[in-house]
Design a protein around this ligand. Structure first.
Ligand SMILES: [Fe+2]
Length: 332
């Protein structure tokens, strides 16, 4: 059947399955068909045709395809639509290729052979996160006037994601990636569900204080004068102020304020030392540092293995040694 015309029910979210091998394609279909509208295609080219013609909420993407490769398709999708959720399902993955995919903003990465409940759980989590973000955006809309003035007023009343995008797409992408790395770490820590949710939220919001900075201070790749660096250093406190009126748990607020503290006390804004830095802020701070290393903020980007080594060397200096240790185990 023509994949652009496969029938759907309007009640359920639509998932586009991009998979050329019949076996995995059939198992993905089997797992997801009771809950979602599914459209299946076997190449990147047909996937793009489908995306042009109908709304899709989520894509499961095989990286190894005939013709155009999955990673190129991902890049094209991101140029056209930043919103669509993408889950990579691949038989050829390494954590390194996963990290590359994460740079392009994928929601998750699953290795074949996958188990049925794992896939369903990941898809559910992705939609759940999206729902949470939508309700967060809703509650922030109510406080949209908080951001009037510094930012474009139209963007200010839309939502936080649009705000970040409007300020700088780099800022929005950075928020997504830090959210991913922090969530990856959180999965390996003994945390309550509430703490995990606070990490999700805090990692996503950690840099919103930058909305209060002048645009030219926000671009990650522009070298900044010493004076400007001092201005940029205000963003943790500004971020905390921006959400003060909102009903966020204290630990989310702490993530915003303390994600630039360093374990040895040389960070900012408070110069907190070691365990005095709120734990969730330490987790998000590490994710933030890692992202700056591999994407390149003030310095050129470095490869993932080098960034991993850097994190290891920073144990006890900039980074909580226990977290640096865990990070080295999670990112291999
Ligand atoms: Fe920051």
């Amino acid at each position: 059947m023509d994949p652009t015309k496969q029938p759907t029910s309007s009640q359920q979210p639509s998932i586009l399955i991009v998979e050329d091998e019949e076996g995995p394609r059939e198992s993905i279909k089997m797992v997801l068909s009771p809950y979602f509208n599914l459209i299946t295609v076997d190449s990147a080219e047909v996937a793009l045709e489908v995306l042009k013609r109908r709304p899709i909420d989520l894509i499961t993407l095989d990286l190894k395809l005939p013709g155009q490769q999955g990673i190129d398709l991902l890049q094209t999708i991101r140029q056209q639509d930043r919103d669509i959720e993408v889950i990579i399902i691949t038989g050829y993955g390494t954590l390194q290729s996963a990290m590359e995919a994460i740079r392009h903003g994928v929601a998750a990465y699953i290795l074949k052979p996958f188990n049925v409940s794992e896939l369903l759980a990941v898809v559910d989590q992705t939609f759940e996160r999206r729902r949470r973000m939508t309700s967060l955006q809703g509650s922030l809309q109510a406080f949209g006037n908080l951001w009037a003035g510094e930012t474009n007023p139209q963007a200010a009343i839309k939502n936080i994601e649009t705000l970040l995008e409007a300020k700088s797409p780099e800022l929005a992408q950075h928020a997504h990636r830090v959210n991913f790395y922090a969530s990856l770490l959180a999965e390996h820590l003994q945390l309550s569900l509430e703490e995990k949710e606070n990490i999700q939220l805090g990692s996503y919001l950690h840099d919103i204080g930058k909305l209060s900075l002048h645009d030219r201070l926000v671009s990650a790749h522009v070298p900044q004068s010493e004076q400007n660096q001092e201005l940029i250093k205000c963003h943790p406190v500004m971020g905390e102020k921006m959400i003060q009126a909102l009903p966020f748990p204290q630990s989310v607020t702490q993530i915003l304020r303390s994600h630039h503290e360093r374990y040895d006390g040389t960070g900012f804004p408070d110069g907190l030392v070691g365990e005095d830095i709120p734990f969730l802020a330490r987790v998000v701070g590490l994710a933030n540092q890692f992202d700056h290393l591999v994407v390149g903020q003030n310095e050129p980007p470095i490869p993932i293995p080098e960034a991993r080594e850097y994190i290891r060397r920073e144990a006890g200096k900039g980074i909580d040694p226990a977290l640096a240790d865990l990070f080295a185990k999670v990112v291999w």
